[in-house]
Design a protein around this ligand. Sequence first.
Ligand SMILES: Cc1cc2nc3c(=O)[nH]c(=O)nc-3n(C[C@H](O)[C@H](O)[C@H](O)COP(=O)(O)OP(=O)(O)OC[C@H]3O[C@@H](n4cnc5c(N)ncnc54)[C@H](O)[C@@H]3O)c2cc1C
Length: 463
Amino acid sequence: MNTIETDYLVVGAGAAGMAFVDTLIGQGDADVVMVDRRHAPGGHWHDAYPFVRLHQPSATYGVDSRPLGGDTRDALGSDAGFYERATAAEICGYYRKVIDEVLLPSGRVRFLAMHDYAGDFATENVITSRLTGSRSRVHVRRKVVDTTYLEVSVPATHEPSFAIDADVRFMPVGGIVHLDEAPSGYTILGGGKTAMDACYWLMEHGVAPERIRWIRPRDSWVLPRTCFQPRDLVGPTLAVFADALDILARATSVDDLYQRLENAGLARRFDRSVTPTMFRGAILSEAECDALERIDNVVRLGRIRRLSTERIVLEHGELPNDPRQVHIDCTASAFKVNPERPIFEPGRITIQGLVGGFTSFSAATIGFVEATRSDDAEKNRLCRPTRTLNEPSDWIRAYRGMIHTNIMNATDPDMAAWLERTRLNITSGLARFESDPQVQGALTRIAELAEPARSNADRLLAS
Ligand SMILES: Cc1cc2nc3c(=O)[nH]c(=O)nc-3n(C[C@H](O)[C@H](O)[C@H](O)COP(=O)(O)OP(=O)(O)OC[C@H]3O[C@@H](n4cnc5c(N)ncnc54)[C@H](O)[C@@H]3O)c2cc1C
């Protein structure tokens, strides 16, 4: 077995690995080996359904050193006025250019595609080529970086957890675009963002809401797209962020929090008679939410157990079925919900979200801190993981993460400079707005509300 020497072994070349490495090498002289079992960088976006787009603007996704998209705003459709959001094809093409035109030409990054990593993310690091079978031991001088801790599962590659009879018309979400004749109706399986995208896509293409049956084991809170707009729209974004902090500072319970958020237009659900039990950070426009509200045939009988052409068996009941019905699988869980662990440990970095979602910004910030600090305790003080978003109280964790990362950390001058300049931070570039009263007013409110909001967040989470 041959040995490869490097400073950093980065396992995974998805959005997290790419953002981390781009910032790390931009800040110092580190040598990096990236390995991925896929054929190209970009991670799960290679398996995405054809009509998927980012939740967030392209302007703040990808790696810091190279823009994704043209920072334009949509002129038409449900997103008119909002910053453009890339498709999966655009994202994969972008990462290919980043590796070929930025990381490899630096002379300090080697990328080993089609390689499986096996090891303990510390002392034992072996990689195996999926094409030749050759194995190499990697001797790591500084750290092994695990970007797979929260690995994403997408419909095209996951195994459904329920039984499906052979003659049922069942397909992963991406299969809808290959239909060659209209079915009797569409049964959407799953309550998350993929299911929302599938329902909206069908309606956008003329399918009446009455022809959609939505099996939604859990209802979800979603966030309005107006809350996360960068660049020229940063003023309104900061104003709603200040409103959110005000609500967080006053809320007396999680239920009270959502009542206030909903009244202020900062959280949305599709059925006001049902209290959602899920919050995964899905971001939607008002137009998308209005459309999804029009689907009345919502089945809330728990998870699916078995699909046959005559009936659907669920945890809490059964439904009649029809052999001409198409079943669209949107049940992949998107993220593993692993326990938080320190991001920086001796010999190891475990990439996790700092602000609830926003993978690129989180991973690049971790890269910045790794390159500019030497003490793990100090690095962990600056980079606190926010657990994977899953349940309503996770909104509080996400906002606590934003307060810590974007406000508390900005008391360090070089962190403040990083937050101001990185394009991955939604609220970067504020120097342009020094004389803008809306921006300055919102910043004053945010400064006043950050501490009361943070301490009430701790109280709410403790109770
Ligand atoms: C529909 C959808 C929309 C989304 N929109 C947004 C958004 O707008 N903004 C946002 O921030 N996030 C969004 N996300 C979250 C998204 O998952 C992240 O942005 C990001 O793509 C995750 O990247 P990752 O690197 O953490 O994981 P992955 O993309 O899963 O990459 C991990 C990589 O590690 C490799 N790997 C794993 N184990 C091994 C091993 N043992 N050996 C070798 N290689 C290995 C895998 O092959 C993979 O390529 C969205 C997710 C989905 C599903």
